[in-house]
Design a protein around this ligand. Sequence first.
Ligand code: FAD
Length: 437
Amino acid sequence: MFRPLPRNDHGCGWLTSLPTRQPRPPLQAEQKADLVIIGAGYTGLAAARHYAQLNPQAKVIILEAQLAAEGASARNSGYLVDSTLNDGHMSDTGLQQYRDKYALNKAGMDCVERLVKEHEIDCDWDACGKFHATAVPAHEAKLQRFSSLLKELDLEHKMMAGADLKQRLGTQYYCSALWTKGGVMLQPAKLGRAYIELLPENVSLFENSPVLKWETTGKQVRVVTAMGQVTAQNVLLAVNGFMAAGKIKRDRAFPLTLTASMTRPLTDEEYGAIGQPKAWGVLSAQAMGATVRLTEDRRIMVRNTVEVWPKLNMGGRHLLQRQGMHMRGLQRRFPQLNGNLFDSLWSGITCISGNNGQVFERVQPNVFVAGCYNGGGIGLATLFGEQMAHLASGQMTDTIAQIEARPKPTRLPPQPILGWGVRLRLLRDRLLARKEN
Ligand SMILES: Cc1cc2nc3c(=O)[nH]c(=O)nc-3n(C[C@H](O)[C@H](O)[C@H](O)COP(=O)(O)OP(=O)(O)OC[C@H]3O[C@@H](n4cnc5c(N)ncnc54)[C@H](O)[C@@H]3O)c2cc1C
């Protein structure tokens, strides 16, 4: 049983810059399928495409509560990355775990890159690497430790500081940064749109069709929406941050609500005032610090809030209040830019576990679940979707073995203790990151 979901806000700058798309009709009456997929983000769309290709005679149905690829899969910051900073990785066991995690992220990146190249997807692909930057001298040691780790893994990177860094980013806010080659900046909503366009003919996508409940009846699964139902051999639950809303893995994965704003394109004068840097993406050296991007078309995106939000999607005055924080983040970095340049503001839901583990599981003989990418889901969601298609087709792959060898999400405390605990942890992280927002 799913609890009713709030609607997405309409402010996401990645989406508003795209042409409008005619939504596919909602599910009506009764349908039969070999595979029914709940949720049309990167995971569900990648799984549908791949399953339909592996089984050309099969019928696949995707049910999406709102519009396909307009949830987190359009609202994210567009960083497709291999290495991540915040890991306890310096012990020997930790190092091996980090290697394994890196290998999986890299497989996710490669999976997206293969699709982008093969289908000539226009998603503003920019293999410019990524920066992990800090404005706090005390945090520089973290970057040095990360540099040592990357050296051990033989991954190309460099430390930057002073005038070089200022010139590269167009801001003197950061005192130092570590640049890694393994990072692509892309337009997430364009990628999601392309995944819809790539769906083969044996896939039917129904939008505005929230699933109310699903149940297994012997060898079949019945999935019910307000106006119709699907009976299928197999079901894939690909709802990511909405798992708990559907009582799926709620003792392992929980949702967080993030908000971001993006400016209009800077004028020539404004762009000149920041030194005309090339596009870049900065991640903070501190958990909960801001993610900031300068895009190819000279927009600046700031994402610097992460919260436990009871309604999941955030709207109205709550969302507007968050823009005040985005504004402070922008002004700290670019005091030479005057006025409110933001022309878009949105929230999005991501899914986190207690130990960074992801969900990739056959929970019943004909029920599959994939999600919980802990903030790094562009590559992993695409990879997990494709690999779920293999698993649901009865095929084992080396990548499935690689995914299954990763630590599973640890058990979480029950609510309301979980909510309190996460809020406390976020509060602590927010305090530590107060100079990085
Ligand atoms: C603000 C933000 C920034 C992020 N930045 C990055 C980043 O830079 N790099 C990165 O790799 N990752 C990032 N992420 C994470 C990444 O976006 C996600 O991990 C990824 O999009 C997950 O894809 P998904 O298909 O599993 O889930 P989603 O895209 O969330 O799709 C799930 C779909 O299920 C649908 N659904 C839910 N319930 C039902 C129901 N009952 N019936 C039918 N449909 C239902 C939802 O409407 C939704 O469309 C970010 C996330 C957010 C929110």
